[in-house]
Design a protein around this ligand. Structure first.
Ligand code: GP9
Ligand code: MN
Length: 654
């Protein structure tokens, strides 16, 4: 017993000596804390604190075996890695409300321009705060070196090994006791990156992400059989009855022109600012057509490309990188291929470079016979990321005309570009003025309101895109291309405009030049739930000769498009995971998001916090929540297994 006590006493002497190690641990902990505080807000996550300690103690322990000089370099390298991890994740979180994945590196090559645009408009001073502890580490080390307190003598090493191992065991056991089953499954699956970082700390999260990102490489060795079994079981056990409805086959054999409307959100439809309609064309089409006004994109980090994938295949996006970049060679069943089997000619058009999001390759794999990218267009007018929507759509009409003369029927996708964040040129192509002039105490004062704000730029860009649609529709009509054609328009994902701008848009009072008080009956709540619910994008199906005048508010996701539109075109994928919402009873469809959150017509379930937000006044049972959570994880798992292990190729040849 005395021996143990001696070791203990000595060990604290050793700790006092190992200032460099303590410095490393403290500065790394501070950054991890700060990042949680400035991103998810979950600063005092005791779990994350202990897991951070587990990792930092481990790294410190290894340092004992290094020479003093090496030891500083060793810690310096880790300080640089950890500081960069915090800075990059801080920037990334501002735009994506999630943490970065190494698997994105491959992607970044394909989306460099967007990356630059995002950093340029998202980078904030707070992202530099993490350099302070790093600088402290350097400064204090230089001071310490002068007083030569960095070396650990031979005899100390034994004590030190004891101390770190002892502490390591304490923190490992504590961490293990704190982390529950959900934490573990989240850690392994890594869909809910924020929850994982909140439970395991940003450093362990990032290390785990590296492992998971590299896993696909060895996947076919590990996990393939289990994945195949699970996916087979899912399709064998699910109710596959095809329910017909009054929209079944109504568009069979008609041409389809689908418009992928960049960053178009539903709240802009019907919106008036200073009595100016922001989207007159879309308002008309949504009034006359089938307007799905409770429709959500289900994207991951692949944004546009994830929308194209979920729309085309009715599978959820990959949770590990993006399908278009990381799994572009795998086998998929898509609406394009199904229509080709029915004699359709399929094509896609986009004014940006062809290999953006690796579209050149992936569009072939989705079943497009031809992809018209930037090189097929005259770049005579550019806004933001490239060719203006008006020029792109104008130049596309004669191409579609040509196709229609050679092929019948045809299915074409047109991907717009101008309405892409950060809308840098909106003042060039929009004459809208969002200032407000009011008479205050007999004096005319002009308030900026949303003029010159992100919201102002966005609404001008949306208005421009809307008028481009108007010109496009009439040009198609002039060419007689609308008579036997279905126009489909979908917003690809939300524009990620900060919550504060919605508050200004809805609750600004020009007379007092301030936001009206929450108590005011006219006040429109824009809390984090409203913000999530407001990320809706429009989905419109319109034909010139048949007016539906119908709004469908059944919750619907991008993966429900293939089943719903497919039913109207008489095509069906046996692997579709979505639902034909025109056959859903009592509007009760579930829209799942890639992090496991979901929306029904009764609740919004936030998987990050585990909280539910009531949408209807129904009483919600635990059973209802767990049933829908299970459904959510099941379709995310089935999708990811199909994508990661390329299972359809195998299942098709069975
Ligand atoms: C780029 C465009 C934008 O060509 O489709 O993609 P996003 O950044 O929205 O994924
Ligand atoms: Mn997009």
């Amino acid at each position: 017993m005395k021996k143990v006590l001696d070791v203990f006493k000595n060990s604290f002497k050793v700790i006092r000596k190992s200032k460099l190690i303590i410095l490393f641990i403290i500065t790394s902990l501070v950054n991890s804390f700060m990042l949680r505080g400035l991103t998810s807000g979950n600063i005092f996550s005791i779990k994350a604190f202990f897991v951070d300690l587990v990792l930092l103690f481990l790294l410190s322990y290894i340092s004992v075996f290094l020479k003093p000089k090496q030891r500083f370099t060793y810690f310096l390298i880790w300080e640089i890695i950890f500081t960069l991890t915090c800075v990059i994740n801080s920037i990334y979180y501002t735009y994506y409300s999630s943490y970065v994945s190494i698997s994105l590196l491959a992607t970044s090559v394909f989306v460099k321009d967007v990356g630059d645009a995002v950093v340029e408009n998202v980078f904030q001073i707070k992202d530099l705060l993490y350099l302070i502890p790093f600088a402290m580490f350097i400064i204090i080390y230089i001071r310490m070196r002068k007083s030569n307190v960095v070396s650990i003598s031979k005899e100390d090493k034994k004590e030190y090994t004891f101390v770190t191992l002892f502490l390591e065991i304490i923190v490992v056991v504590s961490a293990l006791l704190m982390l529950n089953k959900t934490d573990w499954s989240r850690f392994v699956k890594l869909w809910n990156r924020v929850a994982v970082a909140d439970s395991y700390g940003i450093y362990t999260y990032q290390l785990n992400d590296i492992v998971v990102s590299l896993k696909p490489g060895f996947n076919n060795i590990f996990g393939h059989d289990k994945a195949l079994r699970e996916v087979r079981e899912y399709y064998e056990n699910r109710d596959d009855t095809i329910s017909k409805n009054r929209y079944t086959n109504i568009f069979e054999g008609m041409n389809v022109i689908a418009i992928h409307a960049e960053s178009l959100q539903t709240f802009t439809l019907g919106l008036k600012v200073n009595d100016i309609e922001i989207t007159p064309t879309l308002n008309k089409l949504s009034r006359e057509g089938l307007f799905f006004n409770n429709f959500y994109a289900q994207v991951g980090v692949g944004t546009s490309s994830d929308s194209e994938f979920t729309y085309s295949t009715s599978l959820m996006p990959s949770n590990n990188g993006t399908v278009f970049v990381n799994y572009y060679n795998n086998e998929y069943s898509s609406i394009q291929k199904l229509l080709v089997d029915k004699g359709y000619y399929t094509f896609s058009m986009h004014g940006n470079v062809g290999d953006f999001w690796n579209r050149q390759t992936m569009h072939k794999n989705l079943g497009y016979k031809k992809f018209y990218s930037k090189s097929s267009y005259e770049i005579d007018e550019t806004f933001g990321l490239g060719l203006s929507d008006k020029s792109f759509l104008r130049q596309s009409v004669p191409k579609i005309k040509e196709i229609s003369e050679e092929y019948n029927p045809f299915y074409g996708l047109l991907i717009t570009l101008t309405n892409h964040t950060p809308w840098p040129d909106s003042d060039k192509y929009s004459s809208l003025n969002f200032t407000k002039t009011v008479n205050v105490d007999g004096e005319e004062v002009t308030r900026n309101y949303i003029e010159g704000t992100t919201m102002g730029y966005y609404l001008k860009a949306v208005n421009y895109m809307d008028s481009a649609f108007g010109e496009f529709i009439s040009a198609l009509d002039n060419e007689g291309l609308l008579d036997n054609t279905v126009i489909v328009i979908y917003g690809d994902h939300d524009a990620r405009i900060a919550k504060k701008y919605y508050d200004i848009l809805y609750n600004y009072d020009p007379y007092t030049d301030s936001i009206i008080p929450m108590e005011d009956e006219k006040y429109i709540q824009v809390d984090s739930y409203q913000y999530e619910l407001n990320r809706k994008v429009p989905f419109i199906i319109w034909t010139k000769n048949r007016k539906f005048n119908q709004t469908i508010n059944t919750p619907m996701g991008m993966i429900d498009v293939l089943p719903t539109l497919g039913n109207m075109l008489n095509v069906r994928s046996k692997y579709q995971l979505g639902t034909d919402v025109m056959s859903v009873k009592n509007n009760d469809n579930t829209v799942v998001f890639k992090d496991g959150s979901y929306i029904t017509n009764k609740i919004y379930y936030n998987s990050k916090t585990g909280e539910i937000y009531p949408i209807s006044n129904d009483v919600i049972s635990e059973d209802y929540i767990s049933k829908h959570s299970d459904y959510a994880s099941q379709i995310i798992d089935v999708s990811n297994n199909i994508i990661t292990y390329n299972l359809l190729k195998e299942m098709e040849t069975e």
